[in-house]
Design a protein around this ligand. Structure first.
Ligand code: DC
Length: 227
């Protein structure tokens, strides 16, 4: 039987990481974990309960947070549950997007999320996407991808996605949020977004989903054979 590996996918917001990770996990029959959903659910809890965005308050608040992914057979993907409540829709709203980078920069929040992510990868056979997967969560992952795309393309993709649930959203608002999150995610003190030295760069500016998938799967199969 083929050996299972860990596939770590990192990159800026809205560059197609989750779409790629999901498709690869399905093809390989691996577990897919969208770590951004975990930070979004924590941010939602903090916003709902007026938790101050600092380490001391977070350590206390995190004791009351239970995160779970549960498979949704209708959408054929996992939904995020916060203390038993399905928050998959709510965590994608702009109110959460505006605060999530700030919450994700709190050291206690990262320690909390990373420990759970590492536990999920114990049996390998996992595709995980985020910002620090190849650098912090799984520094020994067999395959690390760093996904990039032209900022204008990322903005258009994100805008089209948000329009589906919020027809009045402004492109300027989406643009400002993407720029702010990119800056915060890549400049924060604790595990900032950066390309791992041994990551393969996948620039999908001129690739469609199928082309991107085929290229990444080629790399994955090479690593699986070599492992
Ligand atoms: O992937 P996303 O856009 O849903 O992620 C939401 C936020 O969570 C993003 O702005 C940065 C943060 N994040 C992080 O700091 N580390 C991760 N591994 C994943 C996401």
């Amino acid at each position: 039987m083929e050996k299972k590996i860990i596939i770590a996918i990192d990159g800026f917001s809205s560059c197609g990481k989750s779409t790629l990770a999901k498709a690869m996990a399905k093809a390989l029959e691996y577990v897919f974990v969208d770590t951004g959903a975990m930070y979004r659910a924590i941010a939602l809890y903090f916003l709902r309960n007026n938790i101050p965005f600092n380490d001391t308050a977070s350590i206390e608040a995190l004791k009351a947070i239970e995160l779970r992914f549960k498979y949704n057979s209708a959408s054929q993907k996992s939904d995020m549950y916060l203390n038993g409540e399905n928050v998959e829709q709510e965590i994608r709203a702009m109110q959460v997007s505006q605060k999530v980078s700030e919450v994700a920069s709190i050291p206690a929040v990262r320690v909390f999320a990373v420990a759970q992510q590492q536990a999920m990868g114990i049996d390998k056979g996992i595709v995980m996407d985020g910002r620090d997967i190849g650098t912090v969560v799984f520094p020994n992952a067999e395959l690390k991808l760093f996904v990039t795309a032209d900022p204008a393309i990322r903005l258009e993709r994100r805008y089209q996605e948000l329009l589906k649930t919020n027809p009045s959203i402004l492109k300027e608002e989406v643009s400002a949020n993407l720029q702010q999150r990119d800056l915060m995610d890549s400049t924060r003190a604790h595990s900032p977004l950066r390309q791992a030295d041994d990551a393969l760069v996948l620039d999908n500016t001129n690739l469609d989903r199928v082309q991107q998938f085929e290229l990444a799967m080629q790399w994955a199969m090479d690593k699986i054979k070599a492992s």
